[in-house]
Design a protein around this ligand. Structure first.
Ligand SMILES: [Zn+2]
Length: 243
């Protein structure tokens, strides 16, 4: 009984193993890239190798591309090199026929690839490289332009940009509001270039700016203060008209 079970097992193992044996007896064709391009969707261009593997008594292998014999190899390793540019671009099917010492003829599996012309490959490479370059340029912009936007040079008194000027609630000095600053209602969140504080500041009116500029001028030139004199002149002028 035990012997019978063992026999049954042996038969089962043989039955399972036999298809593999049948494959081993055949000819397997593989392809590798030596120098060139192998893209997605089976596109190839350049120098490639075909390699056939078969039974120990394999004597000769013929390699075919679309039923054109490209070469015969009579000793192991059964390997042949080819360049795609020797063949017309398009879909090509490669296979090999092997001959054993005992006169068997073995046909290999087929490998189908789309041969590209060098021009087509350049196009494919450009398709791949351009988005990558785009990302690189974007990163460069982000790392150079963004800091330039965030850092600012010392403002000049009396000159304000597109967004106008604000008066810092911390140090009471005027500075141009940044165009790209974060705004909440009428107020913007911006960094004061004088005291370095991040402050909520609204766009100041002309006279408020003038007042802050005078404060700034007084700080810079404690003795001269030419701006103040001109403001005093203005006051004299306006009082003249009032009377
Ligand atoms: Zn400030």
């Amino acid at each position: 009984m035990k012997k019978f079970v063992l026999l049954a097992l042996a038969v089962a193992v043989l039955a399972l193993a036999s298809p593999a044996h049948a494959q081993d007896a055949g000819l397997r064709l593989g392809m590798s890239r030596d120098l060139g391009y192998a893209g997605f969707s089976n596109d190839i261009e350049g120098l490639f190798s075909l390699r056939a593997e078969g039974p120990a008594n394999l004597q000769r292998v013929e390699f075919y591309i679309d039923s054109t014999l490209i070469g015969t190899v009579t000793e192991s390793p059964f390997r042949i090199q080819f360049t795609t540019k020797d063949h017309t671009p398009g879909e090509r099917t490669m296979y090999a026929i092997g001959y054993t010492a005992d006169g068997q003829e073995l046909r290999s599996n087929e490998i189908t690839r789309v041969f590209l012309s060098p021009e087509e490959t350049r196009g494919k490479v450009v398709e791949l490289v351009v988005p990558i370059l785009g990302i690189v340029v974007l990163l460069m912009l982000l790392t150079t332009v963004l800091p330039a936007l965030l850092t600012r040079k010392k403002p000049q008194r009396g000159t304000y940009g597109l967004s106008g000027g604000g008066v810092c609630p911390n140090c009471a000095l005027p500075f141009p509001l940044r165009f790209f600053s974060f705004s909440m209602g009428a107020r913007r969140f911006d960094r004061c270039p004088h005291c370095g504080k991040w402050v909520m500041v609204r766009r100041a009116k002309k006279d408020e700016l003038a007042e802050a500029e005078a404060r700034w001028a007084a700080q810079d030139e404690p003795t001269g203060a030419p701006l103040r004199t001109s403001r005093e002149d203005e006051q004299i002028d306006s009082s003249r008209y009032e009377n």
